[in-house]
Design a protein around this ligand. Structure first.
Ligand SMILES: Nc1ncnc2c1ncn2[C@@H]1O[C@H](COP(=O)(O)OP(=O)(O)OP(=O)(O)O)[C@@H](O)[C@H]1O
Ligand SMILES: [Mg+2]
Length: 190
């Protein structure tokens, strides 16, 4: 038996005073193996994004209080020193954030932002990385990717920004891809 790719046990997120906590994620547990896909469904405000952000330890603590265990390939990410998390984010686990408008840097070109995601984790030359960026943009269905490398996020439509987010999340071929409403800004045919 191999260990699950991701196993979550009793993940809870609380805000507010300890004496009167506001529990926005309440003892979530699930397990996934490599190659599996899991969909999380729930009404607005039910804690889907909080769950996703907790897995990568992206929730600011405080004000949030996150408890439980998040085993990734058998290693509990919650017990990992904080300084080891950047090596996991992007490289081992990719995340497509819910808000493409606010998750992209408005001052950096699309090409450079995707390139940065690769540069952080992969020992590749600038020429190789450029090829990877173009291939990623093609993969997510960006029309005419080569001519878009030098464009800034505000020159893109919502759907195009969403594609850029997907390209960044997949830039280092992570073992696990967390997608928080990745198709909100796309039309249904994609
Ligand atoms: N800083 C905070 N302090 C207190 N409560 C918060 C804070 N941030 C988020 N919440 C609450 O956490 C709950 C879960 O939010 P979350 O964003 O995970 O919902 P969601 O399921 O992703 O919803 P949606 O479908 O709208 O994206 C919400 O009720 C929200 O009000
Ligand atoms: Mg959400």
């Amino acid at each position: 038996m191999t260990v699950p790719l991701l196993e979550i046990r009793n993940l809870s997120v609380e805000f507010g005073p300890v004496s009167r906590p506001l529990r926005v994620v309440d003892s979530v547990s699930f397990s996934m193996r490599a190659g599996e896909a899991l969909g999380v469904v729930g009404e607005s405000g039910s804690g889907k994004s909080m769950t996703a952000l907790s897995i990568l330890r992206l929730l600011p603590e405080p004000p949030a209080r996150v408890s439980g265990e998040v085993y990734f390939n058998g290693r509990d990410l919650m017990r990992l020193p904080k300084r080891d998390m950047p090596a996991v984010r992007g490289k081992e686990i990719g995340m497509i954030f819910q808000e493409p408008m606010s998750s992209l840097n408005p001052l950096i070109t699309i090409g450079d932002q995707i390139d940065e995601a690769i540069m952080l984790h992969e020992p590749m030359s600038a020429v190789e990385r450029r090829e990877r960026v173009i291939a990623l943009l093609r993969l997510v269905g960006m029309p005419d990717p080569v001519s878009r490398l030098g464009a800034y996020p505000d020159q893109f439509s919502g759907g195009m920004r969403q594609r850029v987010m997907a390209a960044m999340a997949m830039a280092c071929t992570p073992q696990l891809l967390i997608a928080d409403e990745p198709t909100t800004a796309l039309d249904v045919t994609i």
